[in-house]
Design a protein around this ligand. Structure first.
Ligand code: MN
Length: 215
């Protein structure tokens, strides 16, 4: 047995609905601007090829856990997203509901300077997620998020600019997709700030829901 120079961190995992075998997260890829109305609210338009950014695997926050308000921001934003969980050979294993938490103030600064988004997107605990529902049937219904019971985001999965299949094809041109990869597929319009104490609840028809408290 190999001895390591520093302690090995636990494997990040996401529960799988109806199973006692958790999903081991390899990496998290995220699509930017995949709903037209959200692209417009972010100042973009048109159907540019999808672009990707990533979060570290251990950014996942399992269902039921609180989300700590991150350091270095005064404008933490919610982005509700359909998440695709990949199985062997990059096939679809299942789907989950996720929130792509964003330090919007940092992101705006990075955009203005042409700098990378890592610190705006890939910070600790930036990927709260529901249990994964196994199955390859791509959801087509409503995606929504509320803060303290007030609906902030409500859209339709069918309104994605790039469909789940197209997103996976494009990602597959850039990376060899493997079991354990999670793909956040973009958010509809209505992103906005959340604060300490807020209760965030999200859902995707046919997949399920998630909720977390910001602490
Ligand atoms: Mn997003």
């Amino acid at each position: 047995m190999t001895a390591f120079a520093v302690p090995i961190r636990p494997q990040p995992t996401v529960p799988v609905q109806g199973s006692d075998r958790p999903f081991p997260v390899r990496r998290i890829l995220c699509v930017g601007r995949n709903y037209a109305a959200h692209a417009r609210e972010m100042g973009a338009d048109g159907r540019d090829p999808p672009f990707f950014f990533s979060k570290p695997a251990d950014a996942v926050v399992p269902p039921g856990a609180d989300v700590p308000y991150p350091s270095a921001t005064a404008d933490l934003h919610h982005e509700i997203e359909l998440v695709v969980a990949l199985g062997e050979g990059g096939s679809i294993f299942g789907f989950a509901v996720g929130v792509d938490l964003t330090r919007r103030d940092l992101q705006n600064g990075f955009k203005a300077k042409g700098q990378p988004w890592d610190a705006a997107k890939g910070f600790d605990a930036s990927a709260p997620i529901s249990a994964i529902v196994p199955g390859a049937t791509i959801p087509a219904g409503r995606i929504a998020l509320s803060v303290n019971g007030a609906v902030k985001q409500a859209g339709q999965i069918a309104d994605m600019i790039w469909s789940v299949e197209e997103v996976l094809v494009e990602a597959g041109k850039l990376w060899k997709l493997e079991a354990g990869d999670l793909v956040f597929t973009g958010t509809p319009e209505g992103v906005g700030p959340i604060a300490r104490g807020d209760l965030v609840e999200g859902s995707v028809d046919g997949v399920g829901s998630l909720s977390f408290r910001v602490v």
